[in-house]
Structures are given as C-alpha cells and as structure tokens.
Design a protein around this ligand. Structure first.
Ligand code: UDX
Length: 436
C-alpha cells in the first residue's frame, strides 16, 4: 500500500508519520518548498511530543519521505489523503474550502489506476461529494472513489490518539474503497478498535457533532463553575460527582477560561453555519460558541477584581500563553483576549510560556517576555496562570511569594488546592472553587 499525503501541516504530518509507522509507504507533499527542505533535513516544523522520533525512524526505514512533487506521489498512490488547511472564511463562520478544492483539482490530473481520494481535513457536510464532482470533471477517465476520514487528534497527544484511538470513522461507500481503508488501518483491527464505515455525509457530520458536543460539555461545566462561586459550591467536586455517572463521563469537565485551539472554536461556528444554511438551526451550539467567546473576554475582569478593582499601573505576570499545554499553538488561545484586556486596563504584562513565546510574540504587543516563570513574577503585583503547563503545577511557592510584590495568584486552570494556597499565605482565587 502506498499513500500520498497532500498537505504537510499538523494533521498531514502526524497522520503521514503514523501511517508509515503502521507499515505503509507514505509520501508527504507540500507546496512550501522550504518546509519540505526542513523536513528532509530532519527538522520538525511543529511542536508535538514524539513526532521527531517517529519521523526519523520511519524515514530511516524508507517508509516515509517528503516532496513537493505532487504528480509522482499521486500517480503511485493507492490512497491520496487531502490534509490541507480549512481556515474560517473571511466572512466568518463558513470554512474556507479553497485549498481543499484546489488540491482536488491538482490531484485529479495525476491519478493513475484505482485510487481512493480521502478527505482528512475537517470539512463541512457535502464537501466529499463536491471533491468527487471536481475530480470527475477535471479527469473524466480517472478511476477513483472519494472517502471521508475525519481526524480526532488532540494536540500534544496526537500520536497516541492516532495509534490507539477510541474509534475510527470512515465515510466510504463501496466495498473496494472500504477494503483499501481497512488495509491502511489494519493494525487497529488487531487491537480491536471500533472502525465505523458510513456514508460521506455521516462521516463529515460525525466530526462536527463530536467536537460540538465536547465544546458544549466544557461550556456547561464553565457555567456551573460560575454558579458554584455564587452559591459556595466546588466545581471540582460537582464535576466528579456528575462524571461518575457513566452516561455523563468524567472527561472534559474541567472548568477554566474557555476553550481555544484550532478545532473547537472553528468547528462549532462552522456547524452553526451549516445548520443555518439548511434551515435546521443548532441553537445549543450557537449559544455555546457565544458563551465561550464572552467567557474568554471576561477572564481579565477576574484578574482586575483579584487586584482590588484596578490593575492601573500594576505589573501582572502571565504564566502560559498557548491554548493548552504541550503545544506551541496560539490559535484562539484565551491569552489573546486576557493579555490585551489587562493592558487596556492599564497593566504592564510580563509573560512566560515554555513553548509558545515565538508564536505569541507577533500576536501580542508591548509584552515583557520573561525567560522563566520566576522572572515573569519578579516584582509583579499578581500572577495569573492561563495555561496549565506541568512546570507551573510544581512552582516553589516560597520562591513565588518572594518574587511577587504581593502574593496574589489567579489560577484560571485550577491547578492548585485553594485551602493549601491560603494556608501558604496566598491571596488565591481559582475557577468555581470558592473558599469559605
Ligand atoms: C480537539 C479535540 O479534542 C480533538 O478530538 C479534535 O478533533 C481537535 O480538537 P485539541 O484542540 O488539540 O483537540 O485540544 P483539547 O485537548 O480537546 O482541548 C481543547 C480546548 O478545550 C483547550 O483550550 C482546553 O484547554 C479546553 N478544555 C478541554 C477545557 O477547558 N476543559 C476541559 O475539560 C477540556
């Protein structure tokens, strides 16, 4: 089996490397010659734990290669994966499918022999059919079928998510295309992973429904957290209490500053858009997206409140900028709302992130960049934990107190125990865990 992976971004690179680990020959293609040159030198353009070793091993084994030559790779492939970007369109809401359709058009010209063209990018319902139509139009002689194989990879845990997924969803409508996909995912049959074959539309919608449901779960617990603060309950215990009900489940009930990242914000809005377009509005998801936007904006208010009602002329240390730990990804990160709002309220922000500062720099202005957490806190009036990196969970609290001008900590990720922090002499606040 041979795969051509069109688009060597986050999803394309991780999927390509993992398929090669499964034993398939994979050629990863990108238009960005510089990126391909870097990959050929063994440099990994994204931060994803374990990816460097996986790429190196499979290149050494001769199963994984990188090229800008679409034609050759596509002609030899049994399956061509389209894993190009689908940014939110300029008008907002609708996903921009320019790159997907462009890739389909280019691929069409080079198809040789029976080939399955697989959509890996997250695309609105109906895109698979459109890709099918485009390829047939560009190359009426092509012998091909289109499949949809959405990814459910979490950044920071993507390799494990690919190798040991909860399930695999494949929209493939003929026996022949299903057989090709089965062969590619053969190792997962050995570990009895549920692999669901559906129609194209069902596979496409499953991806959006899954992400919208998870975004709803997070938003639900965030609102419960706000309520906890008003009535004196503890959201951590409420989450555990409801999560032990198997029907609800324990995961994704961690209250915080609102979800960010490359998927949830974009996919919820795209789903709302699709639903509106076909006259079947998704009011829950609409509300979730709206609440989450407002929540991220409201987080600076918590910091201001913890600082006695004003941050004018004060220095605030911000720990963590990426939308979550173990990634350098800044897309839709809560920090992008919190930092400017603090600055607008008159604060000087000093920030540190273990991996995200290079990405954050062009997105945030007038920030004093620190080399480590303690440097960020030195002389600051308060510290805000925005991203729960492990190194922030294990801060030396005495050193923190000595560094800060006042021992004010706003823990937006609930990584410390409120009572312990108060006993340690901190003016500590977190999300949904008031202390009597
Ligand atoms: C997500 C999905 O999990 C994955 O299946 C997918 O298809 C792509 O989108 P990812 O964006 O990498 O993955 O991160 P994830 O770990 O799911 O977190 C998303 C956001 O939700 C982060 O901002 C995180 O901080 C937040 N979150 C998550 C919470 O606030 N509380 C939680 O309990 C879980």
């Amino acid at each position: 089996m041979r795969i051509a992976m069109v688009g060597t971004g986050y999803v394309g690179l991780v999927s390509g490397a993992c398929f090669s680990e499964f034993g398939t020959d994979v050629v990863c293609i990108d238009k960005d010659a510089d990126k391909i040159a870097r990959l050929e030198r063994g440099e990994i353009p994204i931060f994803e734990p374990g990816l460097d070793i996986l790429v190196a091993n499979n290149r050494a084994a001769g199963r994984l290669s990188f090229t800008t030559d679409l034609a050759g790779a596509v002609a030899e492939a049994d399956a061509v994966f389209i894993a190009v970007g689908t940014p939110t369109g300029r008008t907002g809401g609708e996903a921009d499918l320019t790159y997907v359709y462009e890739a389909a058009r280019e691929v069409a010209g080079f198809l040789k022999g029976y080939t399955v063209v697989v959509n890996k990018s997250t695309v609105p319902v109906g895109t698979g059919r459109e890709v099918q139509r485009i390829i047939a139009e560009v190359n009426p002689d092509a012998e091909f079928e289109v499949a949809s194989n959405p990814e459910f990879l979490r950044e920071g845990a993507a390799i494990n998510d690919f190798m040991r997924p909860d399930r695999v969803i494949i929209g493939a409508e003929s026996e022949r295309s299903q057989e090709v996909m089965q062969a590619l995912y053969r190792p997962l049959y050995l570990i009895e992973t549920p692999i669901l074959f559906t129609t194209l539309e069902t596979a496409e919608l499953t991806k959006y429904a899954g992400n919208a449901f998870l975004a709803t779960k997070i938003t639900f617990i965030n609102e419960i957290a706000d309520l906890c603060e008003k009535v004196g309950a503890n959201v951590h215990d409420v989450a555990r209490g409801i999560g032990l009900d198997g029907r609800i489940g324990r995961k994704f009930l961690h209250a915080g500053p609102g979800y960010g990242g490359s998927c949830f914000p974009k996919d919820t809005v795209a789903l709302v858009h699709t639903a509106q377009k076909v006259g079947s509005p998704m009011r829950i998801v609409e509300t979730v997206a709206d609440i989450n936007d407002r929540r991220k904006k409201a987080m600076a208010g918590r910091v201001i409140e913890a600082c006695g009602g004003s941050v004018e002329g004060k220095t605030i240390a911000v720990l963590g900028l990426t939308f979550k730990p173990n990634t350098d990804d800044m897309r839709d990160a809560p920090s992008l709302e919190i930092v400017p709002a603090l600055q607008a309220a008159g604060a000087t922000v000093r920030a540190f992130d273990p991996e995200g500062m290079a990405q954050a720099e062009p997105l945030l202005s007038n920030v004093a960049w620190a080399q480590n957490a303690y440097e960020a806190m030195t002389g600051a009036d308060a510290v805000v934990i925005v991203t729960e990196w492990n190194e922030f969970r294990a801060l030396d609290l005495e050193r923190v107190k000595a560094a800060l001008k006042a021992p004010v900590m706003i823990d937006l990720r609930n990584i410390y125990n409120p009572q312990e922090m108060i006993d340690a002499g901190f003016d500590y606040s977190s999300v949904g865990r008031p202390v009597r």
